[in-house]
Design a protein around this ligand. Structure first.
Ligand code: SAH
Length: 354
């Protein structure tokens, strides 16, 4: 039986090698080939003996997502449309300067959260990605863009809800952090979530803790129930209490993302309520003027309206930034990732309850 090498942490790989009577230190050599050099063919691993390469070939496969298409935006953003080994498709995005180089990575095919303004949400959840598939997006993009030896950030802000695919997402962080591999510290990774409180509490206990971004988007339960349906289960107060208790490292803060929807959640009263809600939390607010799409029933507010909202926050000493939307011309901006024709089965829909 062959095992998929990219699904293994280095410790897992060491045990798998030991079972084959191969020295454990070979795991580090293999990780360097795969993650630092982008080699996915054992034949090219020239510091391994011919016999060892043959053993490895018989024992492991190395899956890499296939590129269906890449699109380049005028602003330098690149969208990668990828196919996984079962034929399912996802999208990942490279943003060259936010201000660092950033990879925006998916954690699920589709998403079960059904936020009212998000295209991915319209797909429903098709399936979770495996840890190897999450890391595979980074490995592939870094290799394609010749960035394997460069430093970059990762945002788990592509398709899917990372905390709804908790175990594979955490395992992906472990594989990404391996010093013999991509060596990406969790400090350079931001996990964005709709905010399932119990999962955030669990995240707070993890040894590899990424930066946290909460998709807040509303300042009353009534509105958030409509925009972010998971709010019907985890109310604003509960979510913000969990955030208040979240163990932040020195100088670190929780990002609150807030999609601005014209005449829906963009009023001065909303801005003032937001200030009150965030009281006592080391927070920064990232305003995201809606990226419009024909299938989305909301409008983007005017720049003046966005600036007014930002100004009220700033006047109350809340750190605020407005997200520049990147890659809109190639539909790579927030909420625009969708792969058509991949409807979930009824069983998948039923399994999608968080
Ligand atoms: N499920 C996670 C990860 C997705 S991150 C989460 O919800 O946080 C993508 C971010 O883009 C989220 O804050 C999401 O609410 C936001 N978004 C979704 N649709 C959008 C749209 N049409 N315009 C702008 N932002 C959008």
């Amino acid at each position: 039986m062959t095992r998929e090498l990219t699904e293994l942490t280095r410790t897992d790989l060491q045990s798998a090698l030991e079972a084959l009577e191969v020295e454990a230190y070979r795991a580090g050599q293999i990780a360097r080939w795969v993650y630092k050099r982008g080699v996915n063919d054992f034949n090219q691993m020239s510091n391994l003996s011919k016999e060892l390469r043959a053993t490895l070939r018989q024992s492991f496969t190395i899956a890499t997502p296939a590129i269906v298409r890449t699109d380049a935006s005028v602003d330098g953003t690149r969208k990668f449309h990828l196919r996984l080994s079962d034929g399912r498709e996802i999208e990942s995005v490279f943003i060259p300067d936010t201000p660092a180089m950033t990879f925006c990575v998916s954690t699920q095919v589709g998403c079960a959260m059904a936020c009212a303004f998000c295209l991915t949400g319209k797909m429903g959840l098709v399936r979770n990605l495996t840890a190897g598939e999450i890391v595979g997006q980074v490995r592939l993009m870094a290799q394609e863009l010749d960035l394997l030896d460069k430093s970059f950030n990762i945002v788990l802000m592509g398709m899917g809800e990372p905390l709804h695919n908790y175990d594979q997402t955490m395992k992906a962080l472990q594989i990404l952090a391996d010093p013999e591999g991509l060596a990406i510290s969790p400090r350079r990774i931001t996990l964005s979530t709709v905010g399932a409180s119990t999962k955030i509490e669990r995240l707070a206990t993890e040894p590899l803790m990424p930066n946290l971004a909460i998709s807040l988007h509303a300042t009353t339960d009534e509105m958030r129930d409509k925009l972010v349906p998971i709010n019907r289960k985890y109310k604003l107060n509960e979510l913000l209490d969990v955030c208040r208790r979240f163990p932040l490292k020195r100088r670190n803060r929780i990002t609150f993302e807030y999609v601005l929807l014209k005449d829906v959640n963009d009023t001065p009263d909303d801005a003032r309520r937001l200030v009150r809600l965030l009281h006592g939390i080391r927070a920064k607010v990232n305003l995201i003027p809606l990226n419009e799409a024909p299938a989305i029933d909301f409008r983007r507010p005017s720049d003046a309206r966005v600036n007014q909202f930002a100004q009220i926050l700033a006047d109350h000493h809340v750190t605020v930034s407005v997200r520049k939307s990147r890659g809109r011309d190639i539909r790579a901006a927030c909420g625009q990732l969708i792969v058509e024709g991949q409807k979930p089965s009824p069983a998948q829909r039923a399994a999608a309850l968080l």
